[in-house]
Design a protein. Structure first.
Length: 734
């Protein structure tokens, strides 16, 4: 589709309809040649009376009609007595109303704004303005001017205007000065500016090609970028220097010098790990050290089991109407005798039975037990399996967002520990190093910890390969369940999952049971078949409602990626209809009835329970809901009974979820799963992705695609190497 060209509008702000002070999102009326036009976008601090030059693209709101979505905004101070009076009398400058504005103009004329900014003491000439009030008026106006000049800087360098509010929140009134002195700060996680763009700004401002500021920023960027995007906790010194030399086209010898300087200042950590010169970001190094020390201490601790343990386990078996297999009994006994234990195994090996047994045992021992998982859906599933309350690890730790630092903070920590005698964590393969360190920090001395998961699933999105490292270290007491129980073995989902995990092709020929393959040769045929399965075949023939079907794909792009699938599924399952609210954001139209996913952690967003019984804060990456309504500027989403209202500036946190990537589905379980598998990058068409997809299905799994693609995935046991020092540290501690 041809990209719409930017349109230019120039005029005076006649009214500000809405303005979010946190991020600067604004809805205003612009007077363009005596015609009022609605303009929306990030325009922090804009006030009536200002002259704006706006470049943007036209959109149409279903209620308010055409709007110009601003992408580039240039602000000009009001000029002439009429404009200045309109600006000051609008309330834009706190402490100045209509009467005061008139008196200021009578005294200073067209120099009024210059006086307010540069010499506010002169305002005391006006009756009723004290020296204190004069300085307050000047301070407010200078703050507004600081925002204006920051926006001008962002516009000049083609940066999103939303950054103005974020930068002011981080650095206050000196934000522009801070960024001018070090443009590489824009690469920080909270600002998310591409390094190449920050580098171009720095060079344009006179930073030299081999300036220490540039070289050190490149090293830190490579270190952080690889941690965040490739799962490493450290990089070998040689690889870090080589990668940065390529990034900056700079001499390796100079980078070696700057790396030593960073280490000397404590901005990077350098230490030997498993024969490598490992370079860490300090926070990750500290987290890894702490995990190794704390887990090793807990692993050495042998606790007194409750009196009559055998009778207690026998009673639990009778109550749960189960007889434990030897491995399962060992898992339950291990939880009774050790402070930390790992429980692992593939599908059908009885992890859930063990979980229930351990939880029942802890209850009999009088331990207040907390159940947790990395994602909301995984926590919900854990709670349902155990018939007990479960939460995400973030909620357990009472995570919040610190607006001053722009970072996460955990209310629960060593100074304010969890009031729990035991913690059980499911889906531990998804937990990264910083999160486990935070959890361990919040445990009281003597608190028991049971970590459950499947190390053959995809690793965590964040840094580290934590669960696998804990198991392979040999330090932590572990039970690996390997026996597939007879009832589970009757499931083709279970049988084929284990075949895939062992590098063998699943049986694609059978047309009965709960595992099916529908061969299709083109992307169009794959998409059409997936749509037909969701719209007609599964609901009508098997009685599985579309709400209990999840479509997965290894990839976002290409003809069978989630983007193409979502477009087709929305058109088939939730087409536009008169009276059905919708709102366009980017390339997607959010419509009442759409299935959507929260795609980043937001610890400040408010939710309320349906009916108003309870409320709270925080939605998390991977939470799936349905758009209940689109009202005016608000998209209202129902996340399993938690109702969240998204303002227009928050819609970037939502994505359509008729189809999601396999990575996004980690930790979730669905009644029926359809996997579109035809093409994709080799790094995505892997055995681990296929195994993870299959194990998301509870009752039915269908592959739609090519047999050759499935074979390639099974053969491709490509596991991107992650640099992690945890296993080596545990071995040293153990």
């Amino acid at each position: 589709m041809e990209q719409q060209e930017l349109e230019l509008l120039e005029g005076t702000v006649s009214a500000v309809i809405f303005q979010n002070e946190e991020n600067g999102y604004t809805i205003l009326k612009l007077d363009v040649h005596d015609e009022e036009v609605t303009v929306v976008g990030a325009m922090p601090g804009v006030a009536p009376g200002e002259f704006l030059s706006v470049r943007g693209r036209w959109t149409r709101h279903y209620t308010y009609g055409p709007q110009l979505k601003a992408e580039i905004v240039e602000r000009r101070l009001p000029q002439g007595l009429k404009e200045i009076y309109h600006y000051l009398s609008s309330g834009a400058v706190k402490g100045v109303g209509k009467t005061t504005a008139r008196l200021i103009l009578e005294e200073f004329g067209e120099d009024a704004l210059t006086v307010i900014e540069e010499d506010p003491g002169q305002l005391t000439k006006i009756k009723g303005i004290s020296p204190k009030r004069a300085q307050q008026i000047g301070g407010v106006f200078r703050q507004q001017m600081g925002t204006r000049r920051l926006m001008e800087f962002l516009t000049e360098h083609q940066l999103p205007l939303e950054l103005a509010a974020l930068l002011r929140r981080a650095y206050g009134d000196v934000a522009l000065e801070v960024v001018r002195n070090n443009p590489y700060l824009l690469v920080n996680e909270e600002f998310q500016v591409e390094f190449s763009q920050a580098d171009a700004i720095a060079l344009s401002l006179g930073v030299g090609h081999e300036d220490p500021l540039r070289l050190e920023a490149g090293l830190i960027f490579e270190l952080a970028h690889n941690n965040l995007n490739n799962g490493h906790t450290f990089l070998p010194r040689r690889k870090l220097v080589e990668a940065t030399a390529t990034l900056l086209d700079a001499p390796a010898a100079l980078l070696e010098e700057r790396l030593d300087a960073l280490v000397a200042r404590g901005e990077a950590e350098l230490e030997p790990v498993a024969g490598q010169e490992a370079v860490y970001l300090p926070a990750l190094c500290e987290a890894e050290r702490f995990i190794a020390q704390r887990v090793a201490e807990m692993s050495r601790a042998e606790l007194l089991p409750p009196d009559g343990l055998d009778k207690l386990i026998a009673k639990i078996q009778r109550e749960q109407r189960i007889t434990y297999a030897p491995q399962q009994r060992r898992a339950v006994e291990l939880a009774a005798r050790r402070q930390v234990a790992l429980l692992t195994g593939g599908p059908g090996t009885g992890k859930t039975t063990c979980l229930k047994g351990v939880l029942a045992l802890f209850e009999r021992m009088g331990l207040d037990t907390a159940l947790a998982a990395p994602t909301g859906r995984a926590a919900k599933r854990l709670g349902e399996l155990c018939s007990a309350e479960a939460s995400t690890i973030h909620r357990l730790l009472e995570t919040s967002f610190d607006p001053r630092s722009g970072r996460l903070v955990f209310t629960r920590n060593s100074y304010n520990p969890l009031k729990a005698g035991a913690v059980i964590v499911d889906e531990t393969s998804m937990v990264d190093v910083p999160l486990l360190a935070a959890l361990l920090d919040a445990l009281e001395d003597g608190c028991r910890l049971v970590l459950v998961g499947d190390p053959d699933q995809l690793p965590s999105v964040g840094p580290g390969c934590l669960f696998a490292d804990l198991i392979r270290s040999g330090v932590v007491p572990t039970v690996r369940l390997t026996d597939i129980f007879r009832q589970a073995a009757q499931s083709a989902i279970v049988r084929n999952a284990h075949l895939i995990n062992h590098g063998e092709l699943p049986d694609l020929r059978r047309k009965d049971g709960d595992f099916f393959f529908l061969g299709r040769g083109t992307a169009e045929d794959v998409v059409d078949t997936v749509v037909d399965l969701c719209r007609r075949r599964l609901p009508e023939r098997l009685g599985i409602p579309v709400s209990e079907i999840q479509v997965l794909s290894p990839t976002r792009r290409r003809g069978t990626g989630t983007r193409a699938l979502n477009q087709a599924l929305q058109q088939a399952l939730n087409p536009p209809r008169e009276g059905k609210g919708e709102r366009r954001f980017g390339d997607w139209v959010f419509r009442a009835g759409d299935k959507v996913m929260q795609v980043r952690n937001n610890y400040d967003i408010l939710w309320r329970e349906e009916g108003g019984a309870d409320s709270g804060m925080g939605m998390f990456n991977g939470d799936i809901g349905v758009i209940r309504a689109v009202e005016k500027e608000t998209v209202i989403v129902d996340f399993d009974g938690k109702i969240v209202e998204y303002s227009p500036d928050q819609l970037g946190e939502l994505e359509p979820a008729f189809a999601v990537t396999v990575h996004k589905a980690q930790g979730s379980e669905y009644r029926a799963v359809i996997l579109a598998a035809l093409d994709g990058a080799p790094m995505l068409m892997t055995r681990g992705v296929l195994y993870t997809a299959v194990t998301r299905a509870r009752e039915l799994f269908i592959i739609v695609g090519g047999g050759e693609a499935v074979a390639r995935m099974v053969e491709n046991n490509r596991q991107t190497r992650r640099y992690s020092g945890l296993r080596a540290r545990l071995a040293e501690e153990g």
